[in-house]
Design a protein around this ligand. Sequence first.
Ligand code: GLY
Length: 358
Amino acid sequence: MPDDQSTREIRVNTSPAYTVTIGPGLLKDCGRRLRDIMPPCRMAVVTDSAVAPLYLDTARQGLEAAGFAVCSHVFSAGEGSKHFKTLSEILEFLASEHLTRSDCVAALGGGVVGDMAGFAAACYLRGIRYVQLPTTLLAAVDSSVGGKTAIDLEAGKNLAGAFLQPAAVLCDTECLKTLPPDVFADGAAEAVKTGVLCDESLFALFEDGALKADPAEVIARCVTYKAGVVERDEKEQGERKLLNLGHTVGHAIEKCSGYTIPHGHAVAAGLAIISRSAEALGMTEEPIARRICACLTALGLPVSTEFPPDLLKEAALADKKRAGDSITLVIPKKIGRCTLETVPVDSLLFTIRAGWRT
Ligand code: GLY
């Protein structure tokens, strides 16, 4: 049960099952909370150069107060770090600290940290336990939940990785207060995406501006939706692919920009393009593109891209969602209903063009 009314708990019934706890002040209390699910052990905190100055000491003190022996590794912040060299440095760090399978990795940070620390935990000693301590909105609403971990390859984003569910997710909503506006907006894109997938009542929260007024409520609603999808399809064989709404074009935009455009901003433009395209091609059941674009714009996110459709198509075809001569797209039909459509790669350019704006 939650400790108090401002803390929300969501159970994710995967194998293994775990709890996502959302609320203020969780970082300074993280050791006590983790003691509920594991005995004192060595805790290797992996974080980045943006997060370490803000939260590493708080996390360390919270863990040590509860009896964990803490060591830490900090890598350079940014998507540019999400590659083999950073992974191998984390693995060497874990080995140099003699972590065993009884120990634990803590991913303290945003989506890149969660992916890197999670993938290192999945590889080290063929898999050790890890926990997610998300500090960004993007990690809170999406990437810290569901056990996806990965690094980028030259050919594209997230092309090498593993599924490994965390032992726990502790989302301290106080951390959101220090986020620069564009980093907050980055997570807002994944939250709006979840609203489009989920239902009118969640989507209405974005239309009503609730994300800024009550982020904890929106995070909890997004995590609850995602938990259900992940429980039904942990390894992305079917339904979980819906969570890639906006990501085929989004990943292409990121790739075309040399990963200088942040993930959420690229997903926002990708979501806008696929929504306009679906509507223009008569695939939607009601007008949705204007509503989606209005939410994204109000949150400071882009709804267009300067990269031309043919370049986006080429980048998208390196995406892991391609299977031979076809690619699976997530098509929004209406708010609360999206479908997976497998289309020939030849028609991808046509689809992108139909929703593309500069
Ligand atoms: N971010 C999409 C997923 O976790 O499946």
